[in-house]
Ligand binder design. Sequence first.
Ligand SMILES: [Mn+2]
Length: 320
Amino acid sequence: MTKYLKMLKKANKIAIFSHISPDPDTIGSSLALRRILISLGKDVDVFCTDNIPESYNFLDDAKAYNGEVKEDYDLLVSVDVSSSNRLGVYEDMFLSHKNSVKIDHHKTSEGFGKVNYVKICSCSAIIVYEISKKLRAKIDEITASLLFMGLCGDTGLFRNNNTDEEAFRVAADLLSSGADIKKIYSEFFDKRKVGNVKLTSHLLLNAKLNDKFGFAIMQVTKEDYKNFDVDTKNDNLANVPNTYLACGYKIAAILKEKEDGIHVSMRSKPEYDVSIIATSFGGGGHKNAAGCTITKTLDKATKDLTKAIENYLKENKNNA
Ligand SMILES: [Mn+2]
């Protein structure tokens, strides 16, 4: 048996850690691992530096987060945490503990655990699923639903480039184990607030469409956030540009006016690479989904970005 599995098996008092700005994968995988270890008779706590967003309140298990930190854990486990600074306030505690395991799937993964188990795959949920098999723990309906949520989150509902056969196979197995996929879709992924629907409509209606080069630009002002009663930290707008890609535009960008500058999120058709444009503004990301922060006024940032996209499309007009 591999070292990290032996450690999980041997430990009795375990603390699990999710990453800062938690996403469905770190939450679903951490809570699922907690249930698996509890089913094996262990005492398990789970922590995250940031408060768990209210969108996870439909999960009873989310209440398990951030109880009292005990003195005598015999094992600390990080789940989906690529670098130690993403442990937030728990970084020092984790790094100084004599017995720690890091479980992760990221390509850019830093081995900060005493033992590190990193498997490059679409999400941490797949790794936790495999751990349950290796430890011969039963996956109950709730555990299956939590892992399914993680799988959906990191694969963008089985659409991102990391969606592979393994993701579908694990999803099928989770379904067999009773994952409540309807609940995960309706209570989490499809759930919207009225303000968000109205702001999305406003953005789509007021998008600047450049038909000469084939791109769309949307702007969200501070007033928009206020008028539509949308939380700037949790605005759920990053995928709004996709609507114009579906209409045939090559690139679509959204610029959001926030406290620390203009947050830009870009999406592109497969043959275009918006990470090049994002990088030129000090940002980064993937070929078809990238972002950056521009510390200028909204109008200046929009002008600069429009120019950059135009130049990129001019240079790449023969690529498609
Ligand atoms: Mn992940």
